[in-house]
Design a protein around this ligand. Structure first.
Ligand code: FES
Ligand code: FES
Length: 154
């Protein structure tokens, strides 16, 4: 099964009906993507497929053949959103955090608080009460939007 994983061509030996979540964690060794419910309810397993956030526990790996898949590892170790989740106390036990971040990454520019709530509506957190997560995402978008407009005026 061939697809692009975090920017690199990947060829995995897996049953076509294997869950993408399992293939990522077990065949590819990318354990940043978490399993919460395993039934599409919690969003902990969110990854991007062709830029769209999807629950990797729900889709068979056959569905990503030739697609572009990005996991939390694809953001690198120093993504500003990761720092903001820490600084704003948006991560406690951390199980939901990779999925929250991947869902947030797909947000468009200049989101409102309501936009963030809608984008993360499929991602459950039992620890933080959500406010810190929303604050982290909004701060990140503000920083990103400032950087974009600064480079546009150069
Ligand atoms: S583990 Fe996939 S939605 Fe909960
Ligand atoms: S930080 Fe524990 S579930 Fe969100």
């Amino acid at each position: 099964m061939k697809f692009v994983l975090n920017g690199a061509s990947t060829d995995v030996m897996a049953h076509p009906m294997s869950r993408l979540l399992d293939v990522l964690r077990e065949e590819c060794g990318l354990t940043g993507t978490k399993e919460g419910c395993g039934e599409g309810e919690c969003g902990a397993c969110t990854v991007l497929v062709n830029g769209e956030p999807v629950c990797s526990c729900l889709i068979p790996v056959a569905q990503v053949e030739s697609a572009d898949v990005v996991t939390i590892e694809g953001l690198g170790d120093d993504h500003p959103l990761q720092h903001l989740f820490m600084n704003e106390i948006g991560a406690q036990c951390g199980i939901c955090t990779p999925g929250m971040i991947m869902a947030a990454i797909a947000l468009g520019p200049s989101p409102t608080l309501d936009d963030v709530k809608i984008a993360l509506a499929g991602n459950l957190c039992r620890c933080t009460g959500y406010s810190a997560i929303y604050r982290a995402v909004l701060k990140w978008r503000e920083m990103s939007d400032v950087n974009v407009s600064a480079s546009a005026t150069r």
